[in-house]
Design a protein around this ligand. Structure first.
Ligand SMILES: NC(=O)c1ccc[n+]([C@@H]2O[C@H](COP(=O)([O-])OP(=O)(O)OC[C@H]3O[C@@H](n4cnc5c(N)ncnc54)[C@H](O)[C@@H]3O)[C@@H](O)[C@H]2O)c1
Length: 249
């Protein structure tokens, strides 16, 4: 092996929902390893701020403001920004537990749509736009950000979110099998409890986690760097629980 491990120089990455939180951390981590990052978000201002930060730190970044649930917009953006070697499906909505919960029995069916469209169709649309190119070029990495809500169903009151997150990871696993022979891997990170804006809530959540703290965007960024690397080429079709040791199955 020549040079440091996990070098992403020369790779181009698209990170969806990267205007804040986990996605912003992932974008920064990939850029720090040398990847050019296309920072997507529904909100252009958020994407611009993160991209400017990356460029300010000496990295390479562009912005692409589009809605992952709009297939035409996704396809157009991928066409405009060039080949995508690494796709991180991070954009997600509907998991605001424990702040906002509603039992399925009390829920208006109209509320199902958003979480399932973003967390499942958003993943499928972005994959649709990039996977042919990855297979043609013989190299690609798909990383889907899911949740313990999609694996073990650990959260009460977010059933459409659980359905979307579970769907996203099940889709990613099957995609992995179909593209494996083309040098493309597809894996899922099922996140546990991440830090919240309210430090009191974060401290309370941390007490239930074996390592004693909630997750950070950089915890997820580091895992994405590994999965995106050349060295992780034998890892595919997996769902990795990134949750500080919380037993979920
Ligand atoms: N925060 C947690 O505790 C937690 C736990 C498990 C899993 N996750 C998952 O991690 C991912 C990131 O979570 P977060 O807490 O950083 O979220 P967040 O809400 O802080 O940020 C998500 C970003 O995605 C953008 N976005 C939303 N809908 C979009 C769309 N349709 N198209 C493009 N961009 C869109 C938003 O504008 C926002 O900037 C999500 O997939 C979430 O489900 C989070």
């Amino acid at each position: 092996m020549n040079g440091p491990m996990f070098d992403l120089t020369g790779r181009s990455a698209l990170v969806t929902g990267a205007g804040q939180g986990v996605g912003a951390g992932v974008a920064r981590a990939l850029a720090a390893q040398g990847a050019k990052v296309v920072v997507n978000d529904l909100r252009p201002g958020r994407a611009e701020a993160v991209a400017a930060d990356i460029v300010g730190a000496g990295g390479r970044a562009e912005t692409a403001a589009f809605d992952v649930t709009n297939l035409a917009a996704v396809t157009a953006a991928v066409g405009a920004h060039g080949p995508v070697d690494i796709l991180v499906n991070n954009a997600g909505v509907g998991g605001e537990h424990p702040m906002a919960v509603q039992a399925f029995r009390d829920m208006d069916p109209a509320a199902w749509d958003g979480p399932i469209r973003v967390n499942l169709y958003g993943v499928m649309y972005c994959c649709h736009a990039v996977v042919d190119g990855m297979c043609d070029r013989g190299w690609g990495r798909v990383i889907t950000i899911s949740s313990g809500a999609g694996t073990a169903g650990v959260n009460i009151g977010v059933s459409p979110y659980s359905a979307g997150k579970g769907g996203g990871l099940a889709f990613t696993r099957t995609l992995a099998l179909e593209v494996a022979r083309h040098g493309v891997t597809a894996n899922t990170l099922a996140l546990g409890l991440m830090g919240m804006t309210d430090p009191t809530v974060t401290a309370r959540l941390a007490r239930s986690i074996p390592v004693g703290r909630t997750g950070t965007p950089m915890d997820v960024g580091a895992a994405c760097v590994w999965l995106a690397s050349e060295e992780a080429g034998w890892v595919t079709g997996q769902t990795i629980e990134l949750n500080g040791g919380a037993v979920t199955t």
